[in-house]
Structures are given as structure tokens and as C-alpha cells.
Design a binder for this molecule. Structure first.
Ligand code: UFG
Length: 343
């Protein structure tokens, strides 16, 4: 087994946690990241946790010549985990071409490189956003794909199709698309975590920033949904559990001997948690009370979604290990640690 893995977007939130898990399983890691939404210091955190270095190159995957040069110089790579992409739903509505160009071109350049340099394994970072508001819950991998709610979501749908078509036309490329539900939390060491630039879009970083006093109050987007407490429901999973699934997906691709091979897995806990339940979890683990303001629903938000995890449990042999409170505690520890060392 060739244990050299290229991780694109490896200094980002999920990417950095995945690099840690790969290094701890003795994979050799190459990271490509243009640092458009992450910081170079993340590499220090990864090294502090694992005691191992990964190779790092800073460039944009849309630069095909640069990527070819990278592959020419590193002919020993056997697998790619592709995280690098823009991910802000709201921005993608305002600047759709920025999202289509970046997210699709980078993927196509990678696939060209895989063909040319004979790299067999690709794990793709996809999202439960492809399901939209599903009629039946929990959602399985067979739940119908809905027209995307945003250009960002559309890039995930189109990317999955591009990969699938490429796998079916290729003699050797195998791929797994992982559809994440809502990743939260940080490495238990608090040495790496989520680093939102500016005002966070996502619930948990907004909660921890409110808890530490950077934000005056938490905006609760809607309390009139058709859910037990009126707030929206999501399936929040610990980012370390999610990172481990990537290592298992790579191992599974090595085991697949015949092509074409393309698989999709939902990654979640299987349990829905409302915004108010998340707030209670934070208040339990932090001992702090949050100021709340209930506002209108956020445009584009769905009411509720959670995963049917049986396919990932049975086929990938993966399931989440952390409870909600454990995951939220790591997010809070990271917030405190990060603010102490950066203020
Ligand atoms: N929410 C608040 N206040 C906030 C932030 C969020 O009440 O300050 C609520 C949202 O309205 C939603 C829930 O918390 O009901 C979760 O919101 P997030 O922004 O954390 O997560 P989303 O489920 O909206 O988005 C995530 C990813 C997207 C992906 C989407 C797929 O961040 O990239 O899941 O469903 F497209």
C-alpha cells in the first residue's frame, strides 16, 4: 500500500484534523493550500499534536501548470483527499462565478492530474446540502438529490457528478464522496480547531464567541419551525470523528480491487439536535449563560435534517464516538485556548 496522501485544503478546519489522524496512522502527508481561509500556523498545531511533519506547498489548485509541476515532483502520491473549496453559502449567492470557477476548476485539475500521473484514490468532501429539505428523515444515501439551494450547494452536486463520470470513464480511478452533516468541535488538545475569518456563519463558533464575550448575543434564527421546541434541527458530529472517517475511506479504496468503484457515505451521528438544545449543551459544559435574541428564520435554511448512518456503520465500519457535550466542550476549550494565545 502506497501510504502517501495529498490533502488539499489541509490547513482548513476539517482538513487539519484529518491530517492529524492520517499522521497518527503513519500515512505520509502532502498538503496543498492557498491559505485563502486558513493560517500557516495550523501546521505548528499539527506538529505539536503528532510530532510529525507534513510537506506543505502554498498554491491555488486552479493553477493547472503549478499542480502538474507538483505531481511531476511527487510521483509517489497514491491518494488524494480533496477539501479545498469555498464554502460560504451566502457569499456563493452573491458571487456564484467565484464559487463555480474555484470549486469546479480545482477539482477538474486534480482529476486531470490523477489521470496523467496514475493516482488511483480520491476522497471527496461533500455535504448533506445535496439533499435540501428531504421529505423523509433520516436521510439515506438513496434519498433523492434536490435542486441546490445555493451555488455553493450546486458545486457539491456537480462535483459529485464530475467525479462519478470520471470514475466510470477511467480504468483505474476509484472514489468515495463523504456527505458531511454538521461538523463541530476541535481536537481535544485544543491545538487546532475552527478558525472562522470575521463573523462566523455557523452556530457553534458563534456560540463560543458569544460565550467568551466577542459577540453580545447569540442570534437564534427562527423559533417557529415545525419542531418540538420551534428551532431548526441538525445532525452535529465531532470533527475528530469525521476526520477518522477519511482515513477509513482511504483504507477502503485500497481494498477495492476492481473498477469502476464510486461510493457515497453519509457522515453524521444519526441524531437531530435543535438550536436550543445546542445552546443548553454549551451552557452545561461551559457553566456560562448566553444572551439570546430570537430573530426571523435565516433565508435558505432548512427546518430539519439528520443522517441515516447505517451505510457508513455497516460498510465503512465507522460511527461517531463523541457525545454532543464532549464535542461542544472541545469547541469551548479551543475558543478559550485560542483567545488566550492570540489576544
Ligand atoms: N444558527 C443560528 N444562529 C447562528 C448561526 C446558525 O440560529 O448564529 C442556526 C441556523 O439557522 C441553523 C443551525 O443554527 O438552523 C445550523 O446553522 P449552521 O450555519 O451552523 O449550519 P447549516 O446547517 O446552516 O450549514 C451547514 C454548513 C454548510 C452546508 C449546510 C448543509 O455550514 O456549508 O450545513 O445543510 F451547506
Amino acid at each position: 500500500m502506497n501510504n502517501k496522501v495529498l490533502v488539499t485544503g489541509g490547513t482548513g478546519y476539517i482538513g487539519s484534523h484529518t491530517v492529524v489522524e492520517l499522521l497518527e496512522k503513519d500515512f505520509e502527508v502532502y498538503i496543498i493550500d492557498n491559505l485563502s481561509n486558513s493560517r500557516i500556523e495550523v501546521l505548528d498545531g499539527i506538529y505539536a499534536i503528532t510530532g510529525k511533519q507534513s510537506e506543505f506547498e502554498k498554491f491555488d489548485l486552479c493553477d493547472q501548470d503549478r499542480l502538474r509541476t507538483f505531481f511531476k515532483n511527487n510521483k509517489d502520491i497514491g491518494s488524494i483527499i480533496h477539501f479545498a473549496a469555498y464554502k460560504a453559502v451566502g457569499e456563493s449567492v452573491e458571487k456564484p462565478l467565484k464559487y463555480y470557477r474555484n470549486n469546479l476548476l480545482s477539482l477538474m485539475n486534480l482529476l486531470d492530474g490523477m489521470e496523467e500521473f496514475h493516482i488511483p484514490n480520491l476522497v471527496f468532501s461533500s455535504s448533506c446540502t445535496v439533499y435540501g429539505q428531504a421529505e423523509n428523515l433520516p436521510v439515506t444515501e438513496k434519498t433523492p438529490i434536490k435542486p441546490a439551494e445555493s451555488p455553493y450547494g450546486n458545486t457539491k452536486q456537480i462535483s459529485e457528478e464530475i467525479i462519478q463520470d470520471t470514475v466510470y470513464s477511467s480504468k483505474f480511478i476509484k472514489s468515495v464522496s463523504l456527505r458531511y452533516f454538521n461538523p463541530i468541535g476541535a481536537h481535544p488538545s485544543a491545538l487546532i480547531g475552527e478558525l472562522p475569518m470575521g463573523v462566523p456563519d455557523n452556530l457553534v463558533p458563534y456560540i463560543t464567541q458569544t460565550g467568551i464575550g466577542i459577540r453580545d448575543f447569540l442570534r437564534v434564527f427562527g423559533n417557529d419551525y415545525n419542531t418540538p421546541d420551534g428551532s431548526a434541527i441538525r445532525d452535529y458530529l465531532h470533527v475528530v470523528d469525521l476526520a477518522k472517517a477519511h482515513v477509513m475511506a482511504i483504507e477502503r479504496l485500497f481494498e477495492k480491487k476492481s473498477t469502476p468503484s464510486y461510493e457515497v457515505f453519509n457522515l453524521g451521528t444519526g441524531k437531530g439536535v435543535s438550536v436550543f438544545e445546542m445552546i443548553k449543551s454549551f451552557e452545561r459544559v461551559s457553566g456560562r449563560k448566553l444572551n439570546l435574541k430570537v430573530l426571523d428564520r435565516r433565508p435558505g435554511d432548512i427546518e430539519k435534517i439528520w443522517a441515516d448512518t447505517r451505510h457508513a456503520n455497516n460498510e465503512l465500519g465507522w460511527k461517531t464516538e463523541s457525545s454532543l457535550d464532549e464535542a461542544v466542550k472541545t469547541a469551548w476549550d479551543w475558543e478559550k485556548h485560542y483567545r488566550k494565545s492570540n489576544l
